[in-house]
Design a binder for this molecule. Structure first.
Ligand code: ADP
Ligand code: MG
Ligand code: MG
Length: 869
């Protein structure tokens, strides 16, 4: 079996085998771009390495050696040679790009002898020793896992001793003494000398890349991005080209379009006389890509051509890494560029207009989840003007964030556990900080450019980030940062504007953004494609308006219980609950009626003529009562009922398992008066809207928690008995529907019976999930994390519908229902209604609509279109 492929043997379609980096290097080679020669050890070899108990099998070693000989022939150099040494980079490359997650070793092949060869060959001793110094440092970090700071300390110490700022000022002698010190560290830490045999170096490095597939930060990254853990990584071995060979050499990274704004213009940075990670690591401040035009006009022109070629070839924005060696350009990597939601929209719309991609492709280019970024607030202009500007950095990732300053990833988590929002402030971030970056509201770094680790990772996450804010001096150890001689410490509030790079003191107020421009256009395309309707879960006029603004086509779930908590009416609600006679209860309900009616009028008005599904009261009654003695005391005064009696009553209503207790339609079977009042309010409000406001509303009345047919038929009759006389008396025409939630598993099982009487079903997948799984939603938090870790579930079943189990019930109920009534309206109203995977499931199950919270409506519109494409 072939485990090792020369670049010439691959192409971009071979990603699974060669990893993203390897496949794209091969592809670039194929289309004639200048790529240094090399070969790729496949992901299958990585998986085999784990199967073989972390050993590289002899047959694979043989294949590697054979390809190495080929490479030596192609380059006319030899690994470890004294006269003409071949140096290689060993680069990891997973199937899905994982920026900064896996480690690369450069300049491999150098040792005490070949370094002289390199020096003679290039007539540049300084350069050769600089390469060797870097190699020992990287190899020790990545392969030997000796803490990096031990080496940094030596380097910094040498610079300080010589009174110099930049690495490039180090002399040959400086570098040689640094190398000796480095070797000393290796000997002390490892107990053996720094490996001198190039083949041994190579095999150790390859193994280290295989091992890095399972390092902590790679695992965290995969978890966060839902990348499967069994893909494995490929390893690329590539002959080195040198950006650190003097002033006609350099290295850089660029995007074919701006990854923050989407602007169709080359965007990137480069550093002269530098190697590899120097640009990204923010060691020196890089120059803008445009300036390359002045430094090396020919190279610039060639680079423009190459990036145009690449974008046209891949038909998407590319993220490119390149190096220039003595005036000659080499391409080292290309991949699809990560971008902000804002940029994703602009690039998709622009490319459609440029005729590069179709509307459908454009829709598939945008991740629904990412749209969330655009719906979240920016700073309020007024409040921004008043705010005190603390410092200015680079606008590395857009958005607005406000929180308390913390300096360590662990502290983000500590604050978060207390429900506090944080801004992670660091000199620069590294992959170790991922967890903190995930948890923080925003990220502020004092070093690094637009392509620094912090910037790239933050953009990928859609997290606000200000990078390279040189005015602030951060001391992580003392947990402070200093600006203009003022000291700010952990816990202080700051605000970040990711669109301008501004850092403000204190908490700046935020505002919501509108849906215009490219956003509106793309969602318009989505609307043309999708067949699922998108409704919203809303129970007040404001949320309803927001949802309509975002494109909601109706309300799929209006929860009436939220209305009961209003300060004024909660007293009547409590009076109603605590009544001991029906008369008392009806009295209290009569006082609630006008409130409920007004609620519905407000919602109908906000929704215009869009359908509104209202669910009758669902939660157990004790949720409306106080439970602490002092609160019961207060209530006893308000209601003029003795404390003891009240306390007994409250106690009697408490339940062992409220989720399965006296709630939903069970309430109405025992106390029909509550639903009677609600139906009256719903219908009278509709009559009022039609008569006085000219709005035609046909309410959809929904009965929750039905499990038996009789529950439904009894309550359906109740609805008719109340509604029909009101309509008749009003003298106008008004139709209404009566349907049920399918959320008790038994209801799904007898869906055909229920369908004979119901006008619609709405799958309440929150309850359906907890009852089907037998997981209490309120307690599942205690163990679901562990379940996810052990991969019992792929996804939290409360977040993404459990398609195999709960989904089967939904599908069955839909089929049973439609079998009886072919035009039965079907919808879903659980949290799942706003989650792309679940939406796709709903489309496939032929539901009519999904209903989700207002802020998820745009996400659902796009996801519903993607389900069709
Ligand atoms: P990552 O996946 O972290 O970006 P890479 O494998 O792309 O790691 O390596 C990081 C950097 O190392 C590259 O951007 C490039 O600058 C440098 N590099 C890698 N291979 C070579 C090579 N053959 N010659 C010169 N520089 C290289
Ligand atoms: Mg790279
Ligand atoms: Mg429910």
């Amino acid at each position: 079996k072939q485990y090792v492929y020369a670049f010439e043997e691959g192409c971009k379609e071979m990603k699974d085998l060669l990893g993203g980096k390897g496949a794209n290097l091969a592809e670039m080679k194929k289309i004639g771009l200048p790529v240094p020669d090399g070969f790729t050890i496949s992901t299958e070899a990585c998986n085999q390495y784990y199967v073989d108990g972390k050993k590289i099998a002899a047959s694979i070693v043989q294949q590697i050696e054979a390809k190495l000989v080929e490479l030596e022939e192609k380059t006319q150099k030899k690994l470890g040679d004294t006269g003409n040494p071949l140096l290689v980079s060993v680069r990891s490359g997973a199937v899905i790009s994982m920026p900064g997650m896996m480690d690369t070793v450069l300049n491999l092949g150098l040792n005490d002898i070949s370094v002289e060869g390199l020096a003679a060959l290039t007539e540049n001793q300084r350069f050769a020793y600089d390469c060797y110094r870097r190699f020992i440092q990287m190899f020790s970090d990545v392969v030997l896992e000796i803490p990096k700071y031990k080496f940094d300390r030596v380097l910094e110490g040498q610079k300080e001793a010589k009174g110099i700022e930049s690495d490039t000022e180090l002399t040959v002698e400086d570098l040689q003494s640094i190398i000796e010190a480095y070797k000393g560290i290796v000997k002390t830490e490892m107990g053996f000398d720094f490996p001198q045999a190039p083949k041994e170096q190579l095999m150790m490095a390859i193994e280290a890349v295989f091992n890095s597939w399972n390092n902590d930060r790679a695992i965290i990254y995969r978890n966060y991005n839902e990348i499967p853990h069994d893909l494995g990584t490929a390893v690329n071995v590539q002959s080195m080209v040198f950006g650190n060979m003097g002033n006609t050499s350099g290295t850089g990274v660029a995007f074919t379009r701006n990854p923050s704004t989407g602007e169709a213009r080359l965007f990137g940075e480069f550093l002269m006389n530098a190697q590899g990670e120097d640009v990204v690591a923010g060691i020196r401040t890089p120059q803008k890509i445009d300036e390359l035009k002045d430094v090396m006009p020919n190279v610039y022109e060639e680079f423009i051509n190459v990036s145009n070629t690449l974008e046209a070839h891949y038909r998407d924005m590319q993220d490119i890494e390149f190096t220039v060696e003595r005036g000659k350009l080499y391409m080292l990597q290309t991949r699809t560029g990560k971008r902000t939601a804002f940029a994703a929209l602009k690039v998709a719309v622009d490319m459609e207009e440029e005729g590069v991609i179709s509307k459908e492709e454009a829709l598939m280019r945008i991740s629904p989840q990412q749209l969330d970024q655009l719906l979240h607030p920016t700073f309020n202009e007024q409040s921004l003007k008043a705010a005190e500007l603390l410092a200015k950095g680079l606008p590395a990732s857009p958005g607005a964030a406000c929180g308390q300053v913390v300096f360590h990833s662990e502290d983000v988590i500590k604050y978060k556990d207390k429900g506090l929002k944080t801004i992670l402030v660091r000199t620069e971030t590294s992959p170790e900080d991922i967890e903190g970056m995930v948890g923080a509201e925003g990220i502020l770094t004092s070093r690094g450019g637009m392509t620094s680790h912090a910037a790239v990772v933050a953009r990928g996450m859609g997290k606000c980030c200000v990078a390279g804010c040189g005015e602030i001096k951060v001391s992580e150890d003392e947990r402070v940062f200093v600006v203009n001689n003022s000291v700010y410490k952990e816990g202080d509030f700051i605000s970040l504007d990711g669109n301008t790079g501004n850092v403000y003191l204190g908490q700046v107020e935020t505002v919501e953004v509108g849906m215009t421009g490219d956003f509106a256009k793309v969602l318009g395309w989505a609307d043309d494609v999708r067949t699922l309707k998108i409704r919203t879960n809303a129970d007040n006029p404001m949320d309803s308006e927001t949802a309509v603004k975002f494109g909601a086509e109706g309300i799929g779930l209006c929860r009436t219980e939220h209305m009961f908590f209003d300060e004024e009416r909660i007293l009547y609600v409590r009076q109603m609950i605590l009544s001991s006679t029906k008369d008392d209860r009806v009295n209290a309900l009569d006082k609630l009626l006008p409130f409920q009616k007004d609620d519905f009028i407000g919602i109908y008005q906000a929704m215009g003529e869009r359908p509104v599904t209202i669910r009758l009261l669902d939660p157990p009654l004790h949720e409306f009562l106080p439970h602490k003695d002092e609160d019961i005391q207060v209530l006893s005064k308000e209601l003029e009922v003795p404390f003891d009696i009240l306390k007994t009553k409250v106690m009697s209503l408490s339940e062992f398992n409220p989720m399965l207790g006296h709630r939903g339609c069970r309430l109405a079977i025992t106390y029909p008066e509550i639903y009677e009042m609600q139906v009256r309010a719903i219908v009278e409000a509709a009559v009022h809207c039609k008569k006085n406001l000219g709005i035609q509303v046909d309410p959809e009345i929904m009965i929750p928690l039905v499990g038996h047919l009789k529950e439904f038929t009894i309550l359906k009759k109740l609805v008719h008995d109340i509604a029909d006389p009101i309509i008749k008396e009003s003298g106008i025409e008004l139709s209404y529907k009566v349907g049920t939630m399918i959320e008790v598993p038994r209801a799904a099982l007898i869906a055909d019976q229920i369908a004979e009487h119901a006008d619609f079903f709405s799958f309440g997948t929150n309850d359906l999930t907890q009852m089907t799984l037998g997981f209490s939603r309120d307690d599942a938090g205690k163990f679901i994390g562990e379940y996810m870790k052990k991969e019992v579930f792929e996804k939290d079943p409360f977040e993404s519908i459990d398609q195999t189990g709960v989904g089967k019930l939904v599908k069955m109920a839909a089929e049973l229902g439609r079998g009886v009534k072919s035009d039965l309206k079907l919808g879903i109203c659980g949290e799942h209604g706003g989650e792309p995977k679940s939406i796709e499931f709903c489309y496939k199950t032929d539901l009519n609509y999904v209903s989700c919270s207002p802020f998820r409506v745009p996400i659902a519109r796009l996801a519903a279109a993607q389900a069709v494409i």
